[in-house]
Design a protein around this ligand. Structure first.
Ligand code: SAM
Length: 223
């Protein structure tokens, strides 16, 4: 049964017009995919897609790309989009990529992305897996390759260890600086303004876990 479900997800992702296939061919030409030429923002590790779909509906003035490496998970976002399409509510400013985020510099040209959202990224608690964390030095170097001069990174998690590790790697990064941070987003009036919840955020905050958030920008001395 599970295998049949996975095959159905693979098939749906492979044939969906909302998923960008052979995305390397789009490098430097992402604007052409969308109805309007406007800023592009990514969510890396979007899971079932609640955040990026809500963001696309709230912000038609921005183009969004949701990235998820597992077709079985991305499929859930495609199902949400289908439901919205049936109601005539599907946002047209959203596309998906089924890739490992390590490939980002092959897919986006320098400066092509305005913002990267990292929401409840997998913590990879073992030290030997640290370079798989989406806030590791290697990933910050990849983000540096694709983000615009005024580009930013927004990271949310309820995992204190991952958050503190990410503050350290961000502080040591030659490309980015920490502009704002909070250990309790939902009680921080300024940082929670306009906050859009993710699936994991809903789940963990309803259990009483405080949500941490940091906002990073390019180092001023780099500009
Ligand atoms: N962002 C969603 C949320 O907050 O509800 C999902 C969080 S879930 C813990 C993390 C997701 O990131 C998983 O679906 C995982 O497959 C995806 N992911 C982890 N590493 C990734 C990578 N290197 N490239 C693409 N997706 C990745």
């Amino acid at each position: 049964m599970r295998l049949r479900r996975i095959a159905a997800a693979d098939e749906a992702v492979a044939h969906s017009q909302l998923v960008v296939h052979e995305p390397e061919k789009q490098k430097g030409h992402w604007q052409e995919l969308f109805e309007r030429g406007q800023a592009i923002e990514l969510e890396i590790g979007m899971g079932k897609g609640r955040f990026i779909i809500d963001m696309a509906r709230l912000h038609p003035e921005i183009n969004y790309v949701g990235i998820e490496r597992y077709p079985s998970v991305l499929y859930r976002a495609l199902q949400k989009m289908e439901a919205l399409e049936r109601e005539g509510q599907m946002p047209l400013n959203l596309r998906f990529l089924c890739i490992d985020a390590r490939e980002l510099p092959d897919i986006f040209a320098p400066g092509e992305v305005e913002c990267i959202y990292l929401n409840f990224s997998d913590p990879w608690p073992k030290a030997r897996h640290a370079n798989r964390r989406l806030t590791s030095e290697g990933f910050f170097a990849r983000y540096d390759q694709i983000l615009a001069e005024e580009g930013r990174i927004e990271f949310k998690t309820d995992n204190r260890e991952l958050f503190n590790y990410s503050l350290e790697t961000a502080a040591a990064s030659p490309a980015f600086q920490i502009e704002e941070k909070t250990y309790d987003l939902h009680r921080d009036e300024k940082m929670s303004a306009g906050n859009v919840m993710t699936e994991y955020e809903e789940k963990f905050s309803s259990k009483g876990n405080p949500i941490c958030k940091m906002l990073l920008r390019r180092r001023r001395d780099q500009r």
